[in-house]
Design a protein around this ligand. Structure first.
Ligand SMILES: Cc1cc2nc3c(=O)[nH]c(=O)nc-3n(C[C@H](O)[C@H](O)[C@H](O)COP(=O)(O)OP(=O)(O)OC[C@H]3O[C@@H](n4cnc5c(N)ncnc54)[C@H](O)[C@@H]3O)c2cc1C
Length: 436
């Protein structure tokens, strides 16, 4: 087992610029080497953090206690497609891009669609990643049938199965999903794949302001139409992705946008398109996107966060609120930004109430940034709690949201979570200090 020095890519959080320090990095090539690494960490009494593609937005891979980092990005083999049960088995380091290319070439569809397509499936499962198509298809959890995991003591377990139903046990597979590398190491996953929809049509609609865009999303969803994805963003935020990708959006009027995709069979998509166009109020431009235009529009949307990340330190926000509260929440986020003299970019998965905001540091001094950001987050998470929302919809709690998550957590639940953590990891060495 070779331990290499941890370079900046492992020690600096991409979005916030926070830094940590690590014992070193190992890149095991198989289960035996992974178990060796865990045995070594136990002997040294050091913590362990598993790394996928390191695209996480909650600081969950940041080493805060000189941990040994276990990089599984090399575990990138697609192992099996069982067409009879629609089950795709992959190693944990396989990326979303690999999965899409593989299944689409065979007429299948893996719906979860988070922005960072270079992320690994192990990372996606550990954060229960959501993404654009969650509004119709659900999140990563809905597409995980089985997992192979390794516990901190080296025990290898198979959880879940390819059966359609299961009423046999405590559902440990579902407990691992979303556990942010704090309970076990995922080494292999069996995913559900479905038939590719016959057609997929993206539509871009522009508005004078974000309120109008969000009101129209609510009106669209009320018709019963279930788009595969419905995103909102503003021109102000879009410019970061445009600069980053050196690519302009092709609509010149309007300050806020809805980008949605309808999929299914030809007739159904045609009917849904008419329904949507009849319901729209006060829109500026609506374009049925060609395949090439759709590719550009979605690339820009996927790269909003990456565009900001390339230009300034930022705090990523991933709150979810009841869909009836989206407009007022976005207004509130903007109002507190103004009060704290902070710049923010807002966008999100409008169909499911998941609002993303990036709070930008820009040229603020470190001291002012810390103070204003802390005021902002206190107010925001308090508000989110009051309206019945949650601190994270899809990025996870990690390090960044932990104080706010715990502050609003029922102490009885917190105590139960700690007992669960203890059952898996009695010495508290697996991604310690993250999540709970
Ligand atoms: C531009 C951009 C857009 C994004 N858009 C979205 C989006 O739309 N929706 C969304 O949900 N997220 C989004 N994200 C966040 C990020 O891509 C996801 O959180 C993703 O699931 C992380 O995968 P990863 O492989 O990079 O994991 P990492 O960042 O390496 O790790 C994330 C967490 O998973 C744990 N982990 C990783 N692999 C394993 C494993 N094999 N076993 C156990 N634990 C493991 C880590 O310890 C850590 O806690 C975006 C990120 C970026 C940069």
């Amino acid at each position: 087992m070779e331990i290499i020095e941890a370079t900046a890519e492992y020690l600096v959080d991409n979005m916030t610029g926070l830094t940590g320090s690590a014992y070193g990095v190992v890149k095991p090539t198989d289960l035996a080497e992974l178990v060796d690494a865990l045995t070594f960490a136990k002997a040294q009494q050091i913590g362990v953090i598993v790394i996928g593609a390191n695209t996480g937005l909650s600081g969950a891979t940041l080493p805060e206690h000189d941990e040994l980092l276990i990089d599984l990005s090399g575990w990138n083999k697609i192992l099996d497609l069982d067409e009879a049960t629609g089950s795709l088995t992959v190693e944990a380091g396989v990326t979303l891009n690999q999965i899409y290319d593989y299944v689409e070439a065979r007429g299948y569809f893996y719906p979860p669609d988070p922005g960072a397509k270079q992320a690994t499936i192990g990372g996606n499962i550990s954060t229960n990643a959501g993404g654009m198509r969650a509004v119709k298809y659900g999140v990563t959890r809905d597409f995980v049938k089985a997992l192979q995991v390794v516990l901190i003591d080296g025990t290898v377990l198979e959880l879940g199965s390819i059966n359609q139903k299961d009423s046999t046990n405590y559902d440990l597979k579902d407990l691992i999903i979303g556990s942010e590398g704090t309970l076990a190491i995922i080494t292999r996953a069996t995913l559900k794949v479905i038939a590719q929809p016959q057609v997929s049509q993206s539509i871009l609609i522009s508005f004078d302001n974000l309120d109008l865009a969000i009101e129209n999303v609510a009106a669209i969803l009320k018709t019963g139409v279930r788009p595969a994805s419905v995103e909102f963003f503003e021109r102000e935020g879009l410019k970061y992705a445009e600069i980053y990708l050196n690519q302009q959006l092709f609509i010149e009027d309007g300050e806020a946008f809805i980008l949605l995709t309808l999929d299914g069979n030809l007739e159904q998509v045609g009917q849904e398109k008419v329904l949507i166009k009849n319901i729209l109020k006060n829109s500026r431009t609506q374009v049925d996107l060609s395949e090439q235009q759709a590719k550009i529009a979605w690339q820009l949307r996927d790269n909003l966060a990456a565009g900001v990340q390339a230009q300034t330190i930022a705090e990523p926000v991933d709150i979810v609120v009841p869909t009836s509260k989206i407009t007022e929440t976005v207004k509130y986020l903007k109002a507190i930004a103004e009060a704290e003299k902070l710049e923010i970019v807002t966008f999100g998965h409008a169909g499911d109430g998941n609002i993303h905001a990036l709070i930008l540091k820009k040229s603020l001094s470190d001291q002012l940034w810390q103070k204003s950001l802390s005021n902002y987050l206190e107010k925001m998470y308090h508000y989110v709690n009051q309206v019945g929302g949650l601190a994270s919809a899809e990025h996870g709690i990690g390090t960044l949201k932990r104080p706010y998550f715990i502050k609003h957590l029922d102490p009885n639940l917190y105590s139960l979570y700690q007992k669960i953590k203890f059952a898996f990891d009695p010495e508290g060495r697996l991604n310690a200090g993250k999540k709970i």
